[in-house]
Ligand binder design. Structure first.
Ligand code: APR
Length: 259
């Protein structure tokens, strides 16, 4: 595996414009469940016999806030009960070494920020779990943890409206600021794109990687599983992110192959 990691380290070390795309697999090493694949959240139906995508949807939050919040609370407890791992910290360190290294994450756990990734180069395309806000009056409520130990759905202290997290629920639009940032950076081009721990289920996740490949850039995937991207990238490191990222960073630093 070392020579594979050395190849990825070489490409990153020689590049300026780098995009790291991350998914639930990166936080799986923190103990969080993934959405698809073995043990994924989406594999089964909910206790109410619904697909989880229906329970965690925008229309459900309006129709039956208590039901939607039952599953939002599960995600919230999992995220609050765990923490960023050495993979998140390695990515944050890479961003310090490379001023034009960006992160595009689908994760809502906030672990990239916690690990020190610069918010101005972090695109959280599915939003994040906190702070909550009131759907009626817009008041911000930072007490996610406290609300999870009270009856659901959480309500606004000012107007009694139902609170929600700034996440993208199913059947909702992506955050405009995030998508604009992604397209602006994509327009400048990337020399290297590395996909880490994602099933790449969405076009806006696959597109930056395919465009970089078509432009002759270097692409890699870090994922113990084999998915649609695995046959497209230049290098597929078929290992867990936590087993790869720290040594990838030490390769890059040891050989001082940063420009
Ligand atoms: N290291 C790296 N990859 C891993 C690890 C690990 N330790 N464990 C699992 N994986 C891989 C799996 O093989 C899978 O390809 O992580 C991927 C997780 O895929 P998903 O569960 O589909 O998660 P993700 O790709 O992030 O889902 C995207 O779907 O419903 C939405 O909002 C949800 O953000 C989520 C999005």
């Amino acid at each position: 595996m070392d020579e594979v990691i050395a190849r990825v380290a070489q490409a990153i070390g020689a590049a300026e414009r780098i995009l790291i795309i991350t998914g639930a697999g990166l936080s799986a090493d923190s103990g969080l469940p993934t959405y698809r694949g073995i043990g994924g959240l989406y594999n089964g139906q909910t206790a109410e016999g619904l697909p989880i995508e229906a329970a965690l949807s925008g229309p459900m939050l309006q129709r039956d806030p208590a039901l939607c919040w039952k599953y939002l609370a599960e995600l919230g407890r999992a995220c609050l009960g765990a923490q960023a791992n050495a993979g998140h910290y390695a990515i944050a360190e890479l961003q310090r070494l490379k001023p034009q290294c960006w992160v595009l994450t689908q994760n809502i756990d906030g672990y990239h920020r916690a690990a020190g990734s610069p918010p101005e180069r972090l695109i959280e395309i599915h939003g994040e779990l906190a702070p909550l806000y009131c759907q009626s009056c817009g008041a911000i409520d930072p007490q996610l943890a406290e609300h999870l130990s009270r009856p659901l759905p959480p309500t606004c202290q000012l107007c009694g409206g139902v609170l929600r997290p700034p996440v993208v629920l199913f059947e909702e639009m992506l955050p405009e600021r995030a998508i604009n940032s992604l397209y602006a950076e994509q327009g400048k081009g990337f020399e290297v794109v590395v996909s880490i721990g994602t099933s790449a289920s969405f076009p806006y996740i696959v597109e930056p990687l395919l465009r970089t490949r078509q432009a002759g850039g270097f692409t890699a995937e870090i994922n113990p599983g084999h998915g649609d991207l695995s046959d497209v990238v230049d290098v597929h490191v078929q290992e867990r992110a936590l087993d790869v990222l720290p040594s990838l960073l030490s390769h890059i630093k040891r050989h001082r192959i940063c420009k």
